[in-house]
Ligand binder design. Structure first.
Ligand SMILES: Nc1ncnc2c1ncn2[C@@H]1O[C@H](COP(=O)(O)OP(=O)(O)OP(=O)(O)O)[C@@H](O)[C@H]1O
Ligand SMILES: [Mg+2]
Length: 239
């Protein structure tokens, strides 16, 4: 039997300052699935996704395509999982946008010409071709996000993990990203506060609460159960 794409059992992680960010997370990603990670600020979503490609290493079991995430397997696992960080600043580091997006393919051994072609195609996909020669640190927040997404698409990973992908994108950009992701065949994990985005893309949702997954189910059920869409309306803020 094929193992699940991602299997996490009993994952615990404590930051150096003593913050217990994960307190026993159990999670599976099956083939063909797109799953939303919901949960309040600080509930552990980002800490969780950073374990999937070995950027953090807690206690418990984390396996990708049957491979334990350990130093020996990390290079292979990072080819399988494309992770777009919540903070795109920390993802962009080359002098130009094109170099940045081509970095992954080049680093994985592709010829310069092939890597540049991949990068150009990925930039086109996210609507950032015109910025190819710009310095990433001169881009707006939404533009940085798009370039970071292009950098992952250029690697053509088997699984896509996006942490708050719609943050800083303008409404047309959010729509375009949703349409782009729907067309991509890869299974996906989307950590997001954007309920319409999750509803449009995800087969199910899990809900993080204080470092554990407190519930999982169809997106709509989770949204209703945790009042996840109506909080702003309920705040009685009126002008
Ligand atoms: N580098 C760090 N050092 C210490 N504590 C941290 C660090 N990074 C995160 N934390 C803490 O770990 C907990 C989980 O944070 P995490 O970033 O995983 O939450 P999140 O669910 O992604 O939140 P958000 O919705 O705001 O993105 C929080 O209490 C946070 O303050
Ligand atoms: Mg986060």
């Amino acid at each position: 039997m094929m193992p699940p794409l991602i299997e996490v059992r009993g994952l615990r992680y404590c930051y150096e300052d003593g913050t217990r960010a994960l307190n026993g997370v159990d999670f599976r990603l099956e083939r063909g699935e797109t799953v939303a990670l919901f949960g309040a600020n600080g509930s552990g979503k980002t800490t969780f996704v950073l374990h999937l490609n070995g950027l953090l290493a807690g206690e418990g079991i984390v396996e990708v395509c049957g491979l334990p995430v350990n130093p020996q397997n990390i290079p292979e696992i990072r080819r399988k999982i494309g992770l777009v960080f919540q903070d795109s600043e920390s993802q962009l580091f080359m002098p130009t946008v094109l170099e940045d997006v081509a970095f992954g393919p080049l680093n994985s051994g592709m010829s310069r010409q092939d890597a540049v072609e991949r990068a150009q195609a990925a930039l086109q996909t996210v609507g950032m071709s015109a910025a190819a020669a710009k310095a990433p640190y001169h881009l707006s927040a939404g533009e940085k996000k798009r370039v970071a997404i292009a950098g992952i698409l250029a690697m053509d990973p088997e699984i896509l993990v996006l942490d708050e992908p719609t943050t800083s994108l303008d409404p047309p950009g959010q729509g375009a990203l949703a349409e782009l992701l729907v067309r991509l065949p890869q299974p996906k994990i989307l950590a997001t506060h954007d309920v319409p985005f999750a509803r449009a893309l995800c087969d199910r949702a899990v809900f993080f609460q204080q470092g554990v997954i407190a519930a999982e189910g169809p997106v709509e059920d989770i949204v209703i159960r945790f009042g996840w869409e109506l909080a702003l309306e309920r705040s009685k803020l009126r002008r």
